[in-house]
Design a protein around this ligand. Structure first.
Ligand code: 5GP
Ligand code: ZN
Length: 115
């Protein structure tokens, strides 16, 4: 989708500090970090939200989680802990409509799911 900011990052039209890249998945830092470590893990293909990924393509979500735990280990936060978040559609808090998984770490996340 040519107006999508994450598609532009995936197409390298916008530079980003890529932390991981495969045929299907990319990871890079969030532009507005909400924790000392705040990374985004995305499918390269454009799906507006989780529900748009066809069943036969759901392997990409498995890869996103595989990348998330690898990056958590790489960043040295695996043992301290981290939070993975996927916002889905407006009431879920989604603002960029290209599927992405947040990896947040480096500070206590607290017991609340929403903050
Ligand atoms: P959402 O609210 O959709 O779950 O999260 C969208 C995230 O994308 C936000 O945390 C926001 O800071 C991040 N973001 C928005 N635009 C850009 C961008 O151009 N580059 C990067 N790296 N992150 C972005
Ligand atoms: Zn997109």
């Amino acid at each position: 989708m040519n107006s999508c900011i994450f598609c532009k990052i995936a197409a390298k039209q916008i530079p980003s500090n890529l932390l991981y890249e495969s045929d299907r998945v990319l990871a890079f830092p969030d532009i507005g970090p909400q924790a000392p470590v705040h990374l985004l893990i995305i499918p390269k293909a454009h799906y507006a939200h989780l529900g748009e990924i066809p069943d036969e393509q759901l392997g990409v979500v498995e890869e996103m989680f595989t990348v998330a735990r690898k990056l958590a280990a790489d960043k040295g936060v695996q043992d301290r802990g981290y939070r993975l978040v996927m916002n889905v559609n407006p009431e879920g808090g989604q603002t960029v409509f290209h599927v992405h998984l947040h990896l947040l770490a480096g500070r206590p996340m607290g017991p609340s799911l929403i903050g």
